[in-house]
Design a binder for this molecule. Structure first.
Ligand SMILES: [Zn+2]
Length: 452
């Protein structure tokens, strides 16, 4: 698998060697339904792409179409912005194993291609990446030397030697050892917090991820005195702080401190209308992040949408067993609580953002879990259109990607084209016809072959 993946990367590099020539090329995707990503829908519309950018959207008869344009008739298809996963952990998942031994540049690039296969244009890796390596991959992506979904990442901060769950913590410390890079910045007091934020600002990393969780009494919980300093200092440097918080009851003070977003909703217990309203007033986004608890009890290996990108033995391992049922049994009381919490978020008009925590544990796979999370959103009361916004324009705003998440002139040509309309049934996001990232069609057939 490794050598064939390298072939894939080399093919991509050869393509980008011709970037000069391809930058001027025009493609017209015609006769589509276009879900803009901001709530609007166009019918029988066209999207004109120049190089990696959308240059016109609307009626093709009204467009000034250059003579060199390749016209593609996509009657009956639906086009929407490529999706965005605003909470993942790249590098550790090796499909058949999980841990620090998998964290290599090649594996991270492979995961970005996996996201591309599933129609994702960007992914936020939340505080668990070696800084120098992640910055290098971002530079290579901007230069067109590395493909896949765009990598966005955060610098991690927690009390010294703590942060991720105890199993994950061991692996992040091992990756620090093996790469010599920094992942977790330990905060013992306010002065150390100032120094750590300054170091992140010096590296121009636009996000800090804070862990505020005592892991059931096994770790120290980051104190409000310290996180207030981090958030305030970060904000002065234009850095957004996002948080893993332990309880809903931690949220009001973190909102008051100026946090930008919550990577777990904590919607199961103790979530209130007041918290939702405070989040909205302070422009704080919330990632509900529910699939992590739910999908580990489901026989997801039997779902062909996932199995098509897994080796057979991995799909087998994720199939029906005592732990994994074809249809998981759901606690009706929890379902009602989550439905109530979603109603609070929707009433308050909070920015709900798609995020999966994929890769934080073994067997919560990239890309696939994002589509499943959308289903969970709709089950708990969002309309399909609202769920799509959460995965596109709202997620792009949360991650500071002003050129992503909408189908409009000037935006990146990161596109997901579907065989059926997801506004009719959100599960139609799985029926992928084609994916374009940066104006280039993703070779999904080859990627799926590589991954099996
Ligand atoms: Zn996480």
């Amino acid at each position: 698998m490794k050598s064939s993946l390298l072939t894939l990367i080399m093919i991509f590099s050869l393509h980008s060697a011709n970037a000069q020539e391809s930058n001027g090329r025009h493609v017209l995707l015609d006769q589509l339904r276009v879900i803009v990503g901001d709530g609007n829908v166009l019918t029988d519309a066209a999207v004109l792409i120049e190089g990696d950018t959308i240059v016109a959207v609307g009626d093709s008869d009204m467009m000034d179409i250059p003579a060199d344009t390749t016209r593609i008739d996509l009657a009956g298809k639906t086009l929407l912005p490529a999706l965005i996963d605003a909470h993942a952990h790249l590098g550790y998942d090796g499909v058949s194993s999980w841990g620090a031994q998998n964290y290599t540049r090649d594996n991270l690039i492979e995961q970005l291609h996996r996201y591309a296969y599933y129609g994702f244009g960007a992914v936020f890796s939340a505080g668990s990446d070696p800084d120098v390596l992640a910055l290098e991959i971002q530079r290579q992506q901007s230069a067109g030397q590395a493909g896949g979904a765009r990598l966005v990442f955060a610098a991690g901060m927690a009390p010294p030697g703590q942060g991720p769950n105890n199993q994950f913590l061991v692996e992040t410390l091992a990756v620090e050892q093996q790469t010599g890079n920094t992942i977790l910045r330990g905060l013992g007091n306010a002065e150390q917090a100032r120094v750590a934020v300054q170091a992140v600002a010096d590296q121009s990393i636009p996000f800090i991820k804070l862990w505020v969780d005592d892991r059931g009494g096994t770790q120290e919980k980051l104190s409000p005195e310290i996180y207030r300093v981090v958030i305030a200092e970060a904000s002065r440097s234009g850095i957004a702080t996002v948080v893993h918080q332990q309880f809903a009851s931690d949220m009001p003070d973190l909102i008051a401190a100026g946090v930008r977003g919550f990577l777990h909703g904590r919607l199961e217990n103790g979530f209130t209308q007041e918290i939702a309203s405070a989040a909205q007033r302070n422009n704080v986004f919330i990632v509900p992040n529910l699939g992590l608890a739910e999908l580990r009890r489901e026989a997801i290996g039997e779902d062909l949408f996932l199995a098509h990108t897994l080796p057979a033995e991995t799909a087998q391992r994720l199939s029906a067993s005592q732990q994994r049922l074809p249809i998981p049994v759901r606690d009706p009381q929890l379902e009602q609580t989550l439905r109530n919490s979603f109603a609070m978020l929707l009433n308050a008009n909070v920015d709900i953002v798609l995020g999966t925590d994929a890769g934080a544990v073994r067997d919560h796979p990239y890309g696939y879990t994002g589509h499943r999370e959308l289903e969970i959103f709709v089950r708990h009361g969002m309309s399909p259109a609202q769920a799509i916004n959460a995965a596109t324009s709202v997620a792009a705003r949360a991650l500071g990607l002003p050129d992503s998440g909408q189908i409009k002139a000037g935006f990146r040509a990161d596109l997901l084209i579907l065989d059926q309309n997801p506004l009719d049934d959100i599960r139609n996001t799985r029926n992928i016809h084609q994916v374009y990232l940066g104006g280039r069609q993703v070779d999904r057939a080859t990627i799926s072959q590589e991954f099996q």
